[in-house]
Design a protein around this ligand. Structure first.
Ligand code: HEC
Length: 286
């Protein structure tokens, strides 16, 4: 009886798993591969050199279309991030091509000025309409929080979700957004035969619907690294995604460090409390 029940349960489990993956394929969400990030898992931390390279890629390529409004230049100096020296960042801000609108001045007029350390890292457009007008109707989103705003879409049956979530918690998987943006940057290709590509769009396997208005932004050799890292599409994508992950979660290093300190503290406290309890109760007969 039990055996038959277990068999039936196993068969329906398998059927549901299969229908789950069929659903995922139907919904147009391709499998996004998990990448080995320096900052992943319970103990992962950002790699400062990688964040510096990632910022370089953002600055030389992505900032031509995307802003990073929630990040200020001074954040690039702070511990836990790329930690550029302050004078270098001051100069970077002064030379940033996208100026800050300030004012009104004594004549009551708004004016443009170079950013200071305290100003946000602006993209080329003053507002969404200007961006859409310049980009053929598509809006290049601000990238400050994109690594958190995106994730890996999975469409299994509803009852499998809790198990997937539990698996993610046990593995401390939080890098879905990073994995997605990495796939987005590396998965441009020609459309498969028979695919109707709208004019002005590009085929991308990772993007839902597979048609994106962003032209492939990176290619081998697009950026010249100073530290000898090979100038490949793969490295650029990895580095800029690490940088965007830091931008979306700048206190990750500190949070994980404090988390471990708290756990250590609780373990020691538990030991002390246990010893204390033993000592107090040792004089009592029970
Ligand atoms: C020539 C302009 C241009 C450049 C350069 C550019 N992008 Fe984009 N990007 C766009 C546009 C336009 C969209 C909106 C696409 C759409 O909605 O179809 C976009 C969308 C995105 C998205 C959102 C995708 C989604 O899931 O909605 C991400 C992430 C992104 N870009 C990352 C980058 C990164 C990282 C770089 C630098 C390596 C970069 N982009 C360089 C124009 C650009």
């Amino acid at each position: 009886m039990m055996k038959r029940f277990a068999q039936a349960l196993g068969a329906s489990l398998a059927a549901m798993l299969i229908s789950g993956s069929a659903l995922a394929a139907e919904a147009g969400h391709p499998e996004i591969a998990r990448q080995p990030w320096a900052f992943s898992g319970f103990t992962g931390q950002f790699d400062k050199a990688q964040l510096q390279r990632g910022f370089q890629v953002y600055k030389e390529v992505c900032s031509n279309c995307h802003g990073l409004d929630r990040l200020s230049f001074r954040n690039l100096v702070q511990p836990g991030g790329p930690e550029f020296p302050e004078p270098a960042v001051k100069q970077l801000a002064a030379e940033w091509p996208h100026q800050i609108t300030d004012g009104p001045n004594v004549e009551g007029k708004m004016f443009e000025r170079p950013p200071l350390l305290s100003d946000p890292i602006r993209g080329p457009y003053h507002n969404d309409n200007e961006a859409r007008a310049a980009q053929n109707g598509a809006l290049p989103p601000d990238l400050s929080l994109i690594a958190k705003a995106r994730g890996v879409e999975r469409n299994p049956s509803w009852w499998i979700h809790p198990f997937l979530m539990l698996g993610d918690i046990l593995k401390s998987y939080q890098e879905g957004g990073a994995d997605y943006v990495y796939a987005l940057l590396t998965d441009f290709s020609d459309p498969p035969a028979g695919f109707q590509l709208v004019e002005g769009k590009y085929y991308n396997k990772a993007f839902p619907g597979h048609q994106i208005a962003m032209p492939p932004p990176l290619a081998d050799g697009a950026v010249t690294y100073q530290d000898g890292t090979p100038p490949t599409l793969d490295n650029y994508s990895r580095d800029v995604v690490a940088f965007l992950s830091w931008a979306a979660d700048p206190s990750l290093d500190q949070r994980k460090r404090i988390g471990w300190q708290v756990i250590l503290y609780l373990i020691v406290t538990t030991g002390l409390l246990y010893l204390g309890k033993k000592r107090i109760w040792s004089t009592l007969k029970h």
